[in-house]
Design a protein around this ligand. Structure first.
Ligand code: NDP
Length: 340
């Protein structure tokens, strides 16, 4: 599949995250390179490709689906609106390409499962781009929790908010369109960070959810959650209480409390991560490497593709998150506890 130890990537969907973050991060990776850009028009794709030293082709979505330049890449990185992840993943799988897909895996668990099935049938790896899984401070925190440093984990408190009103008020912004975003604007997009990072740190799976949510600003009239607050019960008996907002001061943190101590991740999710460990009334901020989280993610994905080693955030992992997110929205709407 891969020629000379470098994974050649076709990046799909040339929005701000791909152009400002992903392409430079791939550039900085020692294990992969961007060779193809894929966009709504071949003109835009070629224009972006012209600014990327390693890129040889710029394709429209139609050209991509028709299999053009398929010899020029080994894997795809999908960074389109959530409900458009599946068609690109399907085509990539049919072409025998590995798939790295942005979070959330898709706009629903059902469509996420279809992606898993398509990749399984084609025998290609599927990795969901949870960049916290490859963040050194988070990996360190996970090991400390495993090693019993905070005793037995009891509960977690997380938040992820951002002041996105200006961006999100753009009438073309897909995050406010349930057809493209999935069940809502907040939990699906940013609440997924405390939710999934807690799941990763505790190495536990969710079993039930409860939620409150509200939208008061006009911009959010299509979605239930300008602001959201949710609780998750995990299969080890621990709980997460979390909040998320697209219209609040940017704040990110996650606190894991155990019987003998706690780990505070703060800042947590906005591309900068630090951890503070407290045990027996002594608190220490750990000196963990400050990295480009997207480069770490691409290095990890390329390594998995090159070595066929087991994938942590695989398709099934992403589908379970979507089932939890659906449960959170159902709980918010019904006011009841929803079990998975
Ligand atoms: P943008 O709106 O900035 O970009 C999405 C791009 O998708 C567009 O620029 C467009 O590219 C393409 N696209 C294809 N069809 C459509 C359509 N119908 N409507 C709008 N755009 C379309 O989104 P983001 O880059 O912010 O998000 C893309 C994905 O990345 C999402 O799944 C999101 O959750 C994820 N993300 C992850 C982050 C992380 O921290 N890991 C951070 C930000 C986003 P073109 O013009 O080339 O066709």
């Amino acid at each position: 599949r891969v020629s000379d130890g470098t994974v050649r990537i076709a990046v799909i969907g040339l929005g701000w995250w791909t152009v400002d973050q992903a392409i430079p991060a791939i550039d900085a990776s020692g294990l992969c390179e961007t060779t193809v850009t894929v966009s709504s028009t071949s003109e835009k794709a070629k224009r972006v490709a012209a600014g990327v030293e390693t890129a040889t082709h710029g394709l429209s979505y139609d050209e991509f689906h028709a299999g053009e330049a398929a010899d020029a890449y080994d894997a795809v990185y999908i960074c389109s609106p959530n409900a458009l992840h599946l068609p690109y993943a399907r085509t990539a799988a049919e072409l025998g390409k590995a798939v790295l897909c942005e979070k959330p895996i898709e706009a629903s668990s059902e469509r996420g499962q279809q992606m898993v099935d398509a990749c399984d049938e084609a025998g290609v790896p599927l990795i969901v781009g949870y960049r916290m899984h490859t963040e050194p401070a988070i990996r360190r925190a996970r090991k400390l929790i495993r090693d019993g440093v905070i005793g037995d984990p009891v509960h977690a408190i997380g938040t992820n908010s951002q002041a996105m009103l200006e961006l999100i008020s753009d009438p073309n912004q897909w995050r406010l369109d349930p057809e493209l975003a999935g069940p809502g604007a907040t939990v699906t997009d940013i609440g997924i960070y405390p939710l999934n990072t807690c799941r990763f740190l505790l190495d536990s799976d969710p079993v039930a959810a409860q939620a409150f949510m509200q939208s008061s600003h006009d911009a959010f009239d299509q979605v239930p959650d300008e602001h959201s607050s949710f609780m998750v019960e995990f299969d080890d008996g621990t709980y997460l209480a979390a909040t998320a907002s697209q219209n609040a001061q940017a704040t990110t943190s996650l606190r894991i409390v155990g019987t003998n101590g706690e780990i505070l991740v703060e800042p947590a999710f906005h591309m900068e991560t630090e951890i503070r460990v407290t045990r027996d009334d002594v608190s220490v901020t750990l000196d963990t490497p400050q990295v480009n989280q997207m480069t770490e993610l691409f290095d990890y994905a390329a390594d998995r593709i090159l070595t066929d080693a087991p994938i942590g955030p695989d398709g099934e992992h992403g589908v379970l998150d979507m089932r939890l997110i659906e449960a959170v929205y159902e709980a918010g709407e019904s006011g009841r506890v929803v079990t998975l």
